[in-house]
Design a protein around this ligand. Structure first.
Ligand code: NI
Length: 196
C-alpha cells in the first residue's frame, strides 16, 4: 500500500476512535499534532512518515480517554497490520507514540518520540491551548477562575502546566515554535486579570 493511502486510512481510523470526545482530545487535536510533528521532523531531519503517523496515533490507549486501553492497543496493532505497516515501522511508530501518552515526566527514547511529544506540547499552548484548557475545564465542571480557591480552575492550569511547557521542549525547532505561543498566553493572562 502506498504511503498516501496508508495515511488516509490512518486518518479515517483516528476519526472513528475520537469522534465523541469533548475534552480537547478530539480528531482535530490528532490532526494538528500530526501536522506539527511533520513540520518539526522536516526541520530536525527525522523520519517524516513515522513522526506523522505517531502524531495521529499518540493518544490512542490513553487511560484518560479510553475505558479499555489494552483493547485499544490490540485493535491498533491489527489495524496497522491490515494497512501493510511492516513490523519494523510498527515498532518505531509505537515507540514514538506510546512514550508521549506516558506524559508524566517520561522522556521518549527516540528522536521521533521526542518530536511527537514536542508537537503534542505545542498544541497545548498558544491560542489553541487556551481554547482547549477552557473546553477541558467545562467538560470537567471546573470554574474558569476563583480568586480565593484557585485549585481546579482553568486559569490555575496555566500556572501548573501550560506556562512550563515552553521550557520542556526537546528540539530546537519546537523551542522556537513555543516562544510566540507562550508570549501570547502571558499576554492573555494579563488581559484576563485586568478584566477580572
Ligand atoms: Ni495529545
Amino acid at each position: 500500500m502506498e504511503r498516501n493511502e496508508q495515511l488516509t486510512k490512518i486518518r479515517d481510523y483516528v476519526m472513528q476512535q475520537f469522534r465523541d470526545d469533548a475534552t480537547g482530545h478530539d480528531f482535530f487535536h490528532m490532526k494538528r499534532v500530526a501536522r506539527i510533528a511533520r513540520i518539526i521532523a522536516e526541520a530536525e531531519q527525522a523520519d517524516l512518515f513515522i513522526c506523522e503517523v505517531a502524531g495521529w496515533l499518540h493518544d490512542i490507549g490513553d487511560p484518560k480517554i479510553f475505558v479499555d486501553p489494552a483493547k485499544a492497543y490490540k485493535e491498533l496493532v491489527l489495524f496497522l497490520h491490515s494497512i501493510d505497516i511492516t513490523p519494523g515501522e510498527y515498532e518505531q511508530i509505537l515507540k514514538a507514540s506510546k512514550d508521549v501518552s506516558f506524559r508524566k515526566g517520561a522522556t521518549p527514547e527516540t528522536l521521533e518520540g521526542k518530536i511527537v511529544q514536542d508537537a503534542d506540547r505545542i498544541d497545548a499552548i498558544g491560542a489553541i491551548g487556551i481554547a482547549r484548557t477552557f473546553a477541558y475545564g467545562g467538560a470537567k465542571d471546573q470554574l474558569i477562575y476563583h480568586d480565593k480557591h484557585r485549585e481546579h480552575t482553568s486559569i490555575q492550569h496555566f500556572y501548573e502546566k501550560l506556562l512550563k511547557l515552553k521550557g520542556s521542549m526537546h528540539t530546537e525547532t519546537a523551542k522556537q515554535m513555543a516562544m510566540e505561543r507562550h508570549m501570547f498566553m502571558v499576554n492573555y493572562l494579563e488581559h484576563f486579570f485586568a478584566e477580572w
